[in-house]
Design a protein around this ligand. Structure first.
Ligand code: IMP
Ligand code: MG
Length: 182
């Protein structure tokens, strides 16, 4: 078993890097087909940074990139409260906007981001997420493009953190105990 320790918790290897990259490639192909204009990709920091970087390399048509930073997580549980730390700088009025998210869990973060972006009257806002936890999702808003659906357990790696640690891991690791469901 491939186990690592981050801070006070242990994590087990769950999804290898190659499998993640295939999912990213597939998402890039899907969005290339979906867009009819030069889209604006809004990267959700910090978690979306690695995904967005591989997505950008895989995406073969002209595109604009922008960044947003929100914070909603403490430890391995969602706080439900979403704070905006960095807003977009591009003019997205009339633009096709795709939000690049590392993971959609409860959907609280997503709800807040969509609300913020819709105020600028873009042509549309669509969601592109690498990981999606369907069992945890509480919102009605559609998640348009999903790389992989995963069980409702805490994961780290490939941009995702546990108390800021683990973002630089190439593979995805899953929390070893049942603490994520406690
Ligand atoms: P939501 O608001 O509950 O959908 O949570 C969204 C944000 O919480 C994500 O963008 C991540 O930053 C973080 N998050 C959710 N699930 C996980 C996880 O399993 N590992 C690490 N971060 C997570
Ligand atoms: Mg995130």
């Amino acid at each position: 078993m491939d186990v690592i320790r981050l801070d006070d918790k242990e994590f087990v290897k769950f999804i290898p890097h190659g499998k993640i990259l295939s999912a990213v490639e597939k998402l890039a192909r899907q969005v290339e087909k979906d867009t009819s204009d030069v889209p604006v990709f809004v990267v959700v920091l910090k978690g979306g940074m690695i995904f967005a970087s591989d997505f950008a390399k895989a995406y073969k048509k002209p595109a604009i990139f922008d960044f947003i930073r929100v914070k909603s997580y403490r430890d391995t549980r969602s706080t439900g409260e979403v704070k905006v730390l960095l807003d977009i700088s591009e003019d997205i009025r009339g633009k096709e906007v795709y939000v690049l998210e590392d993971i959609v869990d409860t959907g609280n973060t997503l709800g807040k981001i969509i609300e913020m972006l819709e105020k600028h009257q873009p042509a549309f806002v669509k969601i592109v997420t690498l990981f999606f936890k369907p069992e945890a999702y509480k919102k009605d808003h559609p998640v348009h493009f999903t790389g992989m659906e995963i069980p409702n357990k805490f994961i780290v790696g490939y941009g995702l953190d546990y108390n800021e640690l683990g973002r630089n891991l190439q593979d995805i690791y899953q929390l070893k105990t049942d603490e994520s469901e406690a």
